[in-house]
Design a binder for this molecule. Structure first.
Ligand code: F0G
Length: 346
C-alpha cells in the first residue's frame, strides 16, 4: 500500500528520487455519522485518523518529517509529546533505522502510547514537568546536537498533515465546516493550509479542553488539566497560525468541558460504532455543544484511536457480567435486562 507522499507528491516538497519513509499512512476512512447528523441538523462525516498505522493523525506529518530527516542525513530524531507524536516518531524512526528519543510528561500519557514508543525502541524520557516544558527543552537541545526535531514546529509535519484536507475534498468535493481538537495547534494550521492550497475555505472550528484552553482565553495556561491528556497543553507552538486560520475562515476556537468530551466519547462509541480517544471526541463535543451554525456539511476529525487509552475507556464503560459455566446462568446473564451492563449515565 502506498503512503501519502506517493499519493500527493505533486503537492508536497519531495522529488521522485528522494528517500521515502512510509508505513502506508493516510487515505483514512471518512464515514457518515447518521445519528450525529440527525442530532445537530447537518450532514456530518467523521474522519477516522485512528486508522493510520500507529493509530493517530501524527503519521501523516511523521512520514514527511522523517523522510526529510533522512534526506538531510540525520541519524537521530527527537520530540516532546503528550503521547501520539512519541508513538509515531518511534515507529518511523525504527522504520528508517534512526535513533529516536521522546520526552513525555511523567504519568500523563495514555498506556497504549507508552507501550508503542517503548516497543519501537525509542528512548522514552519521562519528564517531571509538563508538555510545554518538554517542548521548550527539546527546542534548546537540538541547538546543541545534530538531532532532527519532529514536533509540529517542523514545517514538514504540517506538509504531511495538510493531506487530510485534500482527502476530504477529494471525497466530498466541498465542505462547509471542519471541527477539530486543538492542542499544540499544528493540526488545525495544517488543515487550513491544505484547504487554502486547494482554493477551499470551510469554517474552521477548533475545540480545546476547558482546563487547557489558552487560545480561548488569549493567555497561556501554566498548569493545564484535562482528562484528554493528548491536548493537555498550555502554550501552543502554532498559536498565531491557528488564530489566523480561525479568523480567516470565519470560524472560532471554543472550550469544551471534560464532561462534554466524555459524553461525546461514549456517544461515538455506543451510537456511531466509532471508538476514538478522549481528545478526539472534543471535536464532536464542540459540534454538539455549539451546533453547526449555517454549515450544512461538517467533518469532525477523530484524531486518534480509542485503543490508545484503554484505562479511560474502562473507567467510562459499563461493567462485565460475571457468570457460572451453566446454561441457565448464561441465559440469565445474556437475556436479563436487570443484569445486563448498562452504560453509566452522565
Ligand atoms: N488529538 C490527539 C489525539 C492528539 O494526540 C493531539 C496532539 C491533538 C488532537 C491536537 O493536535 O497538537 O496539532 O493541535 N498531540 C500531540 C502529541 C501534542 O504530542 O501527541 P495539535
Amino acid at each position: 500500500m502506498s503512503g501519502l507522499i506517493e499519493r500527493y507528491r505533486d503537492e508536497l516538497p519531495f522529488a521522485s528520487a528522494d528517500p521515502v519513509v512510509s508505513l502506508g499512512e493516510g487515505s483514512t476512512p471518512l464515514v457518515e455519522a447518521p445519528t450525529l447528523s440527525e442530532r445537530v441538523g447537518a450532514r456530518v462525516w467523521l474522519k477516522l485518523e485512528g486508522a493510520n498505522p500507529t493509530g493517530s493523525f501524527k503519521d501523516r506529518g511523521m512520514t514527511c518529517a522523517v523522510s526529510a530527516a533522512v534526506r538531510e542525513g540525520a541519524e537521530a530524531i527527537i520530540c516532546a509529546s503528550t503521547g501520539n507524536t512519541a508513538a509515531s516518531a518511534a515507529a518511523y524512526a525504527a522504520r528508517a533505522g534512526l535513533r529516536g528519543a521522546v520526552i513525555v510528561p511523567e504519568g500523563r500519557i495514555a498506556t497504549g502510547k507508552l507501550a508503542q514508543a517503548l516497543m519501537h525502541g525509542a528512548r522514552v524520557v519521562a519528564l517531571r514537568g509538563s508538555f510545554d516544558e518538554a517542548l521548550a527543552l527539546v527546542r534548546e537541545l537540538v541547538q546543541l546536537h545534530p538531532i532532527a526535531l519532529v514536533n509540529s514546529v517542523n514545517a514538514f509535519r504540517l506538509e504531511g498533515q495538510k493531506t487530510a484536507a485534500f482527502e476530504i475534498l477529494d471525497e466530498l468535493g466541498e465542505l462547509d465546516a471542519l471541527c477539530v481538537p486543538v492542542g499544540n495547534a499544528g493540526n488545525v494550521t495544517a488543515y487550513w493550509k491544505g484547504f487554502r492550497e486547494r482554493g477551499s475555505a470551510p469554517r474552521m472550528f477548533g475545540f480545546q479542553a476547558a482546563g487547557s484552553a489558552p487560545l480561548v482565553h488569549g493567555a497561556r495556561v501554566a498548569h493545564p488539566e484535562t482528562v484528554a491528556t493528548a491536548i493537555r497543553i498550555g502554550n501552543p507552538a502554532r498559536w498565531e497560525e491557528a488564530m489566523g486560520a480561525f479568523t480567516a475562515s470565519r470560524g472560532a476556537v471554543r472550550a469544551v468541558s471534560d464532561e462534554q468530551i466524555l459524553d461525546a466519547y461514549r456517544f461515538l462509541a455506543s451510537r456511531e460504532g466509532v471508538f476514538c480517544e478522549p481528545a478526539s471526541a472534543a471535536s464532536v463535543a464542540g459540534l454538539l455543544a455549539h451546533g453547526p451554525g449555517d454549515a450544512r456539511s461538517v467533518a469532525c476529525v477523530l484524531t486518534g484511536h480509542g485503543l490508545k487509552d484503554p484505562q479511560t475507556a474502562l473507567d467510562q464503560a459499563g461493567a462485565v457480567v460475571p457468570c457460572e459455566p451453566e446454561l441457565l446462568a448464561v441465559e440469565r446473564a445474556v437475556m436479563d435486562e436487570a443484569t445486563a451492563p448498562a452504560a453509566r449515565a452522565g
